[in-house]
Design a protein around this ligand. Structure first.
Ligand code: PMP
Length: 287
């Protein structure tokens, strides 16, 4: 069945949706995106994603093409028109298609942003077989640019990292800068030692995960101590537990780092509990 997608104000079957070859998203990765999870046909942390979208757009000097309620309407329309129960809504805004390729930003009066949204179904989101087993990660050098706090569509290196992991029989890659873990290819990274949850502090080195913010809030509410600081690969390998967070994986236990098993090599109790709390609380607050 063909999806209904949204392009610049229009709802269209996916095979009729078109974006210009001159679009700066295509030519220069000059665009930003968000991924909002859908559970039970409802949006998880919608306002958090919109706030980060606004921040990413502001950092790049792209005008936000829609108001909050218009964004919400498009998200809800796509969920409804595609009968989405579990999955995600992907949203992308680029600086638009000026007609010629030029390093100079086009005049925003004449070139308006391109807006694309589509849904992706994933019935195994909540009841994830991967979350029951835990995932294996490898570590790779973090050679991305210095503004990882802006959620741009420059995802080539994270995608290459994911492929390096898969070729080595692992599931994902943790990126490392000056000996410390920054984050996963598409998620924030955590270790747990002696009951303390440790994750890198927010800066331009990592994406400010919307799931990260929620999980740290829930952890603190459940009296689990949280330390926002960098950790080394060696520290991670000798941790009791580890996990990653993202909108599309929630809390995903990590059971192996560069071939070294953590504990018994199965998802740890705190990561498992945090996953349950996150899903339960998010479901309650979904809109
Ligand atoms: N870091 C990176 C590099 C990511 O790509 C993502 C997911 N887009 C995250 C962290 C997690 O962010 P969120 O919880 O908002 O999905």
């Amino acid at each position: 069945m063909s999806r209904i997608v949204h392009v610049n104000g229009a709802y269209l079957p996916e095979d009729q949706a078109r974006v210009s070859i001159f679009d700066r998203g295509f030519l220069m990765a000059d665009g930003v995106y968000e991924v909002t999870t859908v559970i039970d046909g409802k949006l998880i942390d919608f306002d958090g994603h919109l706030a980060r979208l606004q921040r990413s757009l502001d950092e790049l000097g792209i005008a936000n093409p829609m108001k909050r309620d218009q964004w919400l309407e498009v998200h809800r329309q796509l969920v409804a028109q595609n009968g989405l129960d579990q999955g995600m809504v992907y949203l992308q805004v680029t600086r638009g298609a000026p007609g010629d390729r030029d390093f100079v930003f086009p005049d925003p009066e004449t070139t308006t942003p391109t807006v694309v949204l589509f849904t992706q179904s994933n019935p195994a989101l909540v009841d994830s077989p991967k979350a029951k087993k835990g995932i294996k990660v490898i570590t790779i050098d973090d050679i991305r640019w210095g503004r990882r706090d802006i959620k741009t569509v420059q995802l080539l290196y994270p995608s290459m990292g994911k492929m390096m992991a898969i070729r080595q029989g692992a599931d994902d890659a943790w990126m490392v800068q000056d000996g410390d873990v920054t984050e996963g290819s598409s998620n924030n990274a955590y270790i747990i030692k002696d009951g303390r949850i440790i994750t890198r502090a927010l800066s331009s080195d990592i994406l400010h995960g919307i799931t990260r913010a929620a999980v740290l809030r829930f952890a603190r509410e459940a009296q689990m101590p949280v330390e926002e600081r960098s950790f080394t690969v060696d520290e991670a390998k000798s941790a009791d537990e580890a996990f990653v967070t993202s909108a599309s994986t929630f809390v995903m236990p990590v059971v192996e780092i560069d071939g070294a098993k953590l504990g018994a090599g199965i998802p740890g109790p705190l990561a498992t509990r945090l996953r349950e709390i996150y899903i339960e609380e998010s479901r309650k607050a979904a809109i």
